[in-house]
Write a protein that binds this ligand. Structure first.
Ligand SMILES: Cc1ncc(COP(=O)(O)O)c(C=O)c1O
Length: 391
């Protein structure tokens, strides 16, 4: 049987990972500045994580959500203390799309309304409801187009108010920092006004922190910088450091009822063991602090490279913007310098989403390689001044 061919693949097959590196069969070492798409939070094969998963699978790998599973409570308690998000409850599922799908469904149950507001360049996943609120026509099938959704310009308060005034909106969903969309972040004014307007018009505010959460921005959640309190927060990616898991944090004002939401695999014993280990390591190794401090280092280093026109994002969710398309540059970084980087819908943006325990020396390697690789692009795109402020 062939694989259903939906992914354009690099001809590299990592077989081993350790910290910020992955290795192929021949032992070639790659620096992972992509983190398997922002998934690797505490580093590949972290010893705490490996022993937690090994220990759990030896005891009990899975049982359904029809029995007591104290690991779910332990995970929820730890998530509350590490994130600082109090008076939420946790529903566990298996992926980012599923988290957002449950968030939208719950908002609709809670408000009794059905329309959802989303924003330009948003990416919330590929299942039916969330692909409908994703700004990419090419991944929406006719089946996905029956939802009541409205797309607005990000950071535009008056248009949001106009829509909410119609009183039929169940939820407003946004990524606080857009991932696939190219690391756009709105102003604090937008987030606080959106929050107030949702309350006024009885709509729920959903922060999709699938990519920006779990310490990646230097705060546990990206919205925390803006001082808002979303009604629902969706999480996945870094939560399991590669073990597939997702969830939503649900404000205490939203009532649960048996059968309202459900899943077979969500919150299983192995996933909880992975999730608890991740939070333990984030806390013990102060990975949020590391993300924030490494960002300052990256910013100074990027400011020395005139080809880099701007730096987007924060913490270890970073975009280096060039004035040319970066696909060939990414290939050169990968095949010549053995460094994984990411792309975005903005074709000029090189996305950096490394494990949160990355160190300055790894970025030294990256910038040295980048400078070398850029020599090949100088003729087609001569270096002019960067717009990054020197700090
Ligand atoms: C912000 C955001 N939300 C949701 C998703 C979907 O997550 P998953 O691929 O786990 O379904 C992604 C995936 O890239 C994402 O970046």
């Amino acid at each position: 049987m062939n694989l259903f061919d939906v992914y354009p693949l690099y001809n590299i097959a990592p077989v081993k990972g350790e910290g910020v590196f992955v290795y192929d069969k021949a032992g070639t070492k790659y620096l992972d500045l992509y983190g398997g798409h922002a998934v690797i939070s505490i580093g590949h094969s972290h010893p705490t994580y490996v022993s937690a998963l090994k220990g759990q699978v030896e005891k009990l790998g899975f049982y359904s959500n029809s029995i007591q599973n104290p690991l779910q409570e332990e995970l929820a308690g730890k998530l509350e203390s590490v994130s600082g998000c109090e008076n939420y409850s946790l529903f566990l599922c298996n992926s980012g799309a599923e988290a957002n799908e449950n968030a939208l469904k719950l908002a609709s149950f809670h408000t009794g309304k059905s329309r959802v507001i989303y924003f330009e360049k948003a990416f919330h996943g590929r299942t039916s409801g969330v692909v409908a609120v994703t700004d990419n026509q090419s991944i929406k099938a006719p089946f996905n187009t029956g939802h009541k959704v409205t797309r607005l310009v990000f950071d535009d308060v008056p248009s949001l108010e106009n829509e909410l005034k119609k009183e039929d909106v169940a939820a407003v969903i946004f990524e606080v920092i857009q991932g696939v969309g190219g690391l756009e972040e709105a102003t604090t004014n937008f987030y606080t006004e959106a929050s107030k307007l949702c309350k006024k018009h009885a709509a729920l505010l959903i922060a999709d922190e699938v990519q920006s959460g779990y310490g990646r921005t230097g705060d546990f959640f990206a919205f925390q910088k803006h001082g808002i309190r979303p009604d629902i927060i969706s999480i996945a990616k870094g939560m399991g450091n590669g073990f597939p898991m997702g969830g939503i944090l649900i404000d205490q004002a939203i009532q649960a009822k048996h059968g309202l939401l459900g899943t077979t695999f969500g919150g299983n014993h192995l996933a909880c063991a992975a999730g608890i280990a991740v939070l333990d390591v984030i806390e013990k190794e102060q990975l949020m602090e590391n993300a924030a401090s490494i960002y300052s280092y990256v910013k100074s280093a990027a400011a020395e490279i005139p080809h880099v026109k701007s730096l987007k994002g924060r913490g270890l969710m970073i975009g280096l913007e060039f004035d040319f398309e970066v696909a060939p540059l990414r290939k050169e970084m990968l095949f010549t310098h053995h460094i994984f980087t990411g792309a975005a819908s903005n074709k000029n943006l090189l996305r950096i989403l490394p494990p949160l325990n990355i160190q300055k020396e790894h970025f030294d390697t990256f910038f040295k390689a980048l400078k070398q690789a850029l020599k090949n692009f100088s003729e087609s795109s001569p270096a002019t001044a960067t717009n990054i402020e020197k700090s």
